[in-house]
Design a binder for this molecule. Sequence first.
Ligand code: NAD
Ligand code: ZN
Length: 354
Amino acid sequence: VKTIRVRTKPPYAVAIGEDALSQLPAAIDRLRPSKVFVITSPRVRDFWGKELGRHVPANWIEVADGEQHKTLPTLERITRELVKQGADRKSVVVAFGGGVIGDMAGFAAATYMRGIPVVQVPTTLLAQVDAAIGGKTGVNLPEGKNLVGAFHQPRAVIADTRVLETLPPREFRAGLFEVIKSGAIADARLFSTLERERDKVLARDMGVLESVIAAAVQVKARIVAADEHEGDLRRILNFGHTVGHALEAESNYRQFLHGEAVAWGMIAAAEIGVNSGVMRAEDAERLIDLIIEYGPLPAVSAKPRRILMLIQSDKKTMRGVPHFVLTPKIGAAKVVSGIASPVVRAAVEGICQR
Ligand SMILES: NC(=O)c1ccc[n+]([C@@H]2O[C@H](COP(=O)([O-])OP(=O)(O)OC[C@H]3O[C@@H](n4cnc5c(N)ncnc54)[C@H](O)[C@@H]3O)[C@@H](O)[C@H]2O)c1
Ligand SMILES: [Zn+2]
């Protein structure tokens, strides 16, 4: 098991590896809780509830975990269930599930009695490398995603790689695209490992997985610690997300998993990088090849014009000028504004034709 420190205030540890769950009791004991509440979904509990239960006696709260349930009504159910089951200021929440559970349970913990500690136990690859780290919590409104939330850093994160065994292949690959993102923006070695060890990664070889997850967590940990409340630095984590969000919104979040949309976004960003003179063609080719190797991706069926309109209205757009995170080379990123619109258009047309 590898441990990575996230140097926020207060700092916390992320344990990663086969049997990381065995570190959960110590992580919880340190908080001296009156009671422990595991918030999870029926699916995650079916697969892994017994295993978690072996490590900590707890009260359980189950809620559905689709994106459509990441709402204020579900948050109300969670918090009222906390009251009903006797949670007080000294209670601890364990968020046990994918990013949807992590965001909701984290937000419940951030607000219940003005804030109680949360320990994140992410069970999807996306949640292990991204959602569980960094302290962003929240829910969606009918008007848009993640519009209500709070920063609430977890007191510990336990990423047990064994739980990934039951993840559907498509979910697993979607998480890998965020791992590719981490390599592309900040860790050239991770990027090469993903190139070299593709077969083992896709076969979920525990040893290789532990090291690539740890590397991706390290990238996020470093960036989050330097920029706890999402100033400029954190924005490089949004590599591929400007076009990615547009694709998700265009298809009403139905056609692509988040990681898949981001993968298309990274392909577009590579094209933009080359055509704006920021990125060398060889590096762009490496990035695009790697993404294709971890595919397949669902085809982009939207009209380029629709996607371009949504890019214009993205929240990262400032005064109508879209900002793009670009990678000058593998392992480095910067935010670039003022990209000429024909360059953006060509990149969007490019992914629509692939
Ligand atoms: N807070 C952040 O910084 C942050 C960052 C990235 C994403 N997110 C959020 O994360 C959410 C997406 O998270 P996600 O991709 O984990 O989706 P998810 O939580 O919806 O989980 C995906 C599916 O996998 C199932 N599942 C979970 N663990 C499993 C396991 N071990 N075995 C089998 N099935 C399992 C779930 O039941 C669900 O059906 C989005 O709401 C997004 O906004 C938050
Ligand atoms: Zn993302």
